[in-house]
Ligand binder design. Structure first.
Ligand code: ADP
Ligand code: GLC
Length: 485
């Protein structure tokens, strides 16, 4: 196997800075790819958290004038991750959320900030760092999506390019007036270039110019070509469908391992599910729920946003209460949803608990202690929490969307009999269908041995990166086998 060099470009990376699953993927894929003979380095913005986490940092480039300021490109590592860091204090020396100001608004210069990230990725792609000239540049989401466009318009021999869509809802649209400032030629502003409904479309440009487009599940790859699921980009995605692939995400099975997890009260594995009881009891305590070992305990770990369908779960609370279930919600996001969950918990103490915030340890505790994990998303490119749930023996109850459809097998009679059942699914995504799925799951929960089999099936499902990383590696190799760009 010949070694291959890939530059990954991402605006967040676990364990340094994370707002969602993108960071998990950006942090786990490079490590999983090593077994495939792929040497991946990741270019990330020099936020304060990143600069603090960077070990063995070395300056590899220094430019006086780059997108309005003096910058350095650093090379270094963080744990097992090899990083390039764009140290551009005028763009990234801002603590906290990578995209939002302390008032919770998008930074007004986000277009400039992530164009700079993409420009630097293109420069590395063109050979700016002598000891790491990549064969492939792999950009993630809109923040990195101008990379293939810069490479295209450079007019120089370039590496192959891939863009991965983690979420089509975030597209990065900025005014045409920025074109010169971000260094794109005037003739790039047309429908075959970077223009998107009169603006510059970062994601659109990436989808237009990347050699290969991937997204994070086979079903989402189909959904984003449909009128309902394509969020305005359907024409382009259908045009490019020959170059579009869906590859499921995995999870880091070392970080998510109930047999070794330091965050949970009682460690366990598939052969020893009785030990989960202590975790359930700890979770009930943590959320102020009644200590009842036999009550069906539902968990949620999520951003609180329209995408995630958690307003539907609020509307299904009468079912939760009438059927004597318990609910433990960990989430943050929309102020309105936060408030409504707080209020629901207050009004139904002992039965419903809510922690508003972001808490990794608690996320592990919910996976280890709840009987079922609910993911009622209106759309879900892949979804990672249901994968963690499978690994932890929390049975997923999910909508039939995107990666949720691809990673959970409905516990119908046939699937229970054949040993394939891993969870419960519902569609279309409505409150009634969610409530019905909760009741269906509750009924099966009452049948202890069957429930145990479903948990076992989930825990035996391969949710690791191994096979999925291989698919990326195969695709990189396919790309460079094509004629040079
Ligand atoms: P998305 O990226 O759309 O938010 P994913 O399911 O792909 O959804 O990834 C979400 C990731 O963020 C998972 O690793 C999940 O455990 C984590 N997460 C989400 N909300 C919280 C929270 N409030 N506290 C801790 N972890 C969270
Ligand atoms: C996005 C999607 C989520 C996916 C994650 C990682 O945030 O919303 O479904 O799992 O990216 O690919």
């Amino acid at each position: 196997m010949t070694s291959l060099r890939v530059l990954s470009v991402a605006s967040e990376i676990y364990p340094i800075i994370k707002t969602g699953g993108l960071a998990d993927v950006a942090g786990a894929l490079p490590i999983a790819l090593r077994a495939e003979g792929v040497e991946m380095r990741t270019l990330v913005p020099g936020y304060p958290d990143v600069l603090n986490a960077l070990a063995k940092a070395e300056g590899v480039l220094e430019w006086q004038q780059f997108f309005g300021g003096t910058i350095r490109l650093l090379s270094g590592s963080c744990g097992e991750l090899d990083l390039f860091v764009l140290d551009a204090p005028h763009l990234f020396a801002r603590p906290g959320n990578p995209y939002l100001s302390p008032e919770g608004k998008d930074w007004p210069d986000n277009g400039l900030r992530f164009a700079a990230l993409s420009r630097m990725a293109a420069n590395i792609g063109l050979g700016a760092v002598q000891d790491f000239v990549p064969d492939v540049v792999h950009a993630h989401d809109w923040q990195a999506a101008l990379t293939p466009a810069y490479l295209h318009y450079s007019g120089r021999p370039r590496p192959r390019t891939m863009i991965t869509v983690h979420n089509l809802a975030f597209q990065g649209r900025f005014p045409q007036s920025m074109l010169a400032e971000i260094g794109l030629p005037p003739d790039s502003f047309n429908m075959y270039g970077v223009e998107y409904y009169g603006d510059i479309g970062f994601l659109k440009a990436g989808l237009r110019f990347a050699d290969i487009i991937t997204t994070v599940s086979p079903t989402y790859a189909v959904e984003i070509q449909s009128d309902e699921g394509s969020m305005g980009l359907g024409g382009l995605l259908r045009d490019r469908s020959g170059d579009l692939r869906g590859i499921l995400n995995g999870i880091d099975t070392n970080v998510w391992n109930p047999a070794t997890d330091p965050a949970i009260a009682s460690r366990y594995d598939a052969g020893d599910l009785d030990s989960r009881a202590a975790n359930k009891s700890a979770l009930q305590r943590r959320f102020g729920l009644e200590q009842r070992p036999d009550t069906f305990l539902l968990g949620v770990i999520s951003r609180l946003s329209w995408q995630k369908g958690l307003d539907l779960l609020l509307e299904a609370i009468p079912t939760v209460l009438a059927d004597d279930m318990q609910l433990a919600v960990l989430g943050s996001g929309d102020a309105d949803l936060q408030e409504r969950y707080r209020a629901a918990a207050q009004a139904n103490g002992g039965k419903i608990g809510a922690v508003i915030g972001y808490d990794e340890e608690l996320a592990h505790q919910i996976q280890a202690g709840s009987d079922a994990l609910i993911v009622p998303s209106r759309f879900e490119p892949c979804g990672l929490t249901q994968l963690c749930a499978l690994r932890y023996g929390a049975v997923p109850i999910v909508s039939r969307m995107g990666g949720l459809e691809d990673t959970v097998t409905e516990a119908d009679t046939a699937a229970i009999a054949s040993g394939a059942a891993t969870g419960f699914k519902f569609a279309p995504v409505t409150t009634d269908n969610l409530a019905a799925a909760l009741r269906r799951a509750h009924a099966v929960f009452g049948d202890g041995p069957t429930w145990r089999t479903i948990q076992d099936n989930g825990m035996r499902t391969d949710v690791s990166w191994r096979d999925r990383a291989r698919r990326y590696a195969d695709l990189y190799r396919e790309m460079i086998a094509l004629a040079p760009a």
